[in-house]
Design a protein around this ligand. Structure first.
Ligand code: SDX
Length: 393
């Protein structure tokens, strides 16, 4: 999987590396993880099974899964001293800023010598991050609302443990709602990996220099935060709330078409999918399931459905093949299960960590891989002689 970067005249960096992990066909709306279609994985696998598949290349046997599950759940606690990292942030800091900083800080935390050329060390790094991301994500949320951190519980599922660390308080019992737990696990699966997107390419490029993997994942988190990428789920829900009602949709659709207006319909369009994002289809079905099961009538879902209908019949969107993407429905589900908007992209980063680590591991384990070195099309001044205009004292 030799990495190489080429620039097209539009100066849009296209990073392409050979990989065996995920296959996307943007025209046919196909997404495969190690050959398995995403809709089948979302239906029949749980997130930790998908993590095993992405990291090791094959679906786990019952025995392999049991060992992997036990290993991950036994590493969900973080070092007590890590909690002091959070104290440097203002309480109103965005949880993505906190998570980005704390994950980068992990590179200073683990003093056991990390030899990234040793497959076992790489495996430990991947397990640590998959295990600890939910704990750190929940700590970022608890810190931002001034509540005490909640310790992980190994008797719960991966998704159930995350929910209890997010919502439990010391003064009362917390019961995981199985409907919410299943929806959370499916959201993790739908966000696990997505080929060479901006954040994964960031992890690969930063990792290609041999940098510490925790620092590389922090770089991926930073890239994911942008509203054009993972930040779109938070931006999409805020857009639906701003639209507020079905009768205001046409005004926003017109805004999105206006070249002079920077407004875009968040949750629509994709760099690769010029057909439906297969994750959006699963997400839409899950959205209806969760709202029905939880008996929630969310007017935002009506706005989302009507926006989808109008946008998909509007020539501007049809000609440009702008379909709902993974971020369009996820925010409505997350809101329905009680996740605060500020945590939407953190959940995306939590779920995508296994994808980033799978790509990082695939690249580092390739003996032929070299440091990434994007080239450019130079459009600056031709060579000329310099004459200072500053009088030197
Ligand atoms: C993710 O890469 C991945 O795999 C990412 C991701 C993953 O899992 O890692 O799938 C996750 O990031 C999904 C995308 C989330 N972002 C959003 O929902 C933000 C809104 N979408 C846009 O910002 C946009 O669609 C992008 C950034 C996703 C793609 O932008 P491009 O590359 O400019 O899209 P394009 O080239 O296909 O655009 C074609 C035309 C352009 O107009 P023209 O110049 O042809 O006149 O469509 C327009 C664009 O201006 N357009 C939109 C639009 N998206 C594109 N117009 C209005 N609203 C939109 N959302």
């Amino acid at each position: 999987s030799h990495g190489y970067f080429t620039y097209d005249p539009g100066f849009m960096a296209t990073a392409s590396c050979r990989s065996e992990i995920t296959y996307i066909d943007g025209d046919l709306g196909i997404l495969l993880h190690r050959g398995y279609p995403i809709d089948q994985l979302a239906q029949d696998a749980n997130y930790l099974e998908v993590c095993y598949l992405l990291l090791y290349g094959e679906a786990p046997t019952a025995k392999q899964y049991e060992e992997f599950h036990r290993n991950i759940m036994r590493h969900t606690m973080v070092h007590e001293q890590l909690s002091s990292f959070f104290k440097g942030y203002r309480r109103d800091a965005h949880p993505m800023a906190i998570v980005c900083g704390v994950i980068a800080g992990l590179s200073a935390f683990y003093h056991d010598p990390m030899d990234i050329n040793d497959a076992r060390h790489r495996e430990i790094a991947a397990h640590r991050l998959v295990a600890k991301m939910p704990t750190i994500a929940a700590m970022a949320y608890k810190y931002s609302i001034g509540q005490p951190f909640v310790y992980p519980r190994n008797d719960l599922s991966y998704a159930g443990n995350f929910l209890q660390m997010m919502f439990a308080v010391p003064c009362e019992d917390y019961k995981v709602n199985p409907i919410v737990e299943r929806a959370m696990d499916r959201i993790f699966t739908l966000h696990a990996d997505h080929e060479q997107n901006a954040s994964t390419s960031t992890v690969r490029l930063s990792g290609s220099s041999g940098a510490n993997p925790f620092a590389c994942i922090a770089a991926g988190i930073a890239s994911l935060w942008g509203p054009a990428h993972g930040g779109a789920n938070e931006a999409c829900l805020m857009m639906l709330e701003e639209i507020g009602s079905v009768d205001r949709i046409p005004e926003y659709v017109e805004k999105a078409k206006d070249k002079d207006d920077p407004f875009r319909l968040m949750g629509f369009g994709h760099r690769v999918y010029k057909n439906f994002d297969p994750r959006a289809t699963v997400m839409r079905d899950t959205c209806h399931e969760v709202l029905d099961d939880l008996k929630i009538q969310d007017p935002l879902l009506d706005v989302a459905m009507e926006l989808e209908r109008i946008a998909l019949s509007d020539p501007y969107f049809v000609e440009r093949k702008l379909y709902p993407n993974v971020d369009f429905y996820s925010g409505i589900i997350l809101k329905a299960i009680g996740i605060p908007t500020s945590m939407f992209t953190v959940i995306f980063a939590l779920a995508r960590t296994v994808g980033w680590m799978s790509h990082w591991n695939e690249m580092i384990s390739d003996p032929k891989q070299k440091i990434g070195r994007p080239r450019q099309l130079y459009t600056g001044a031709a060579q000329r002689d310099f004459k200072t205009q500053v009088e030197k004292k």
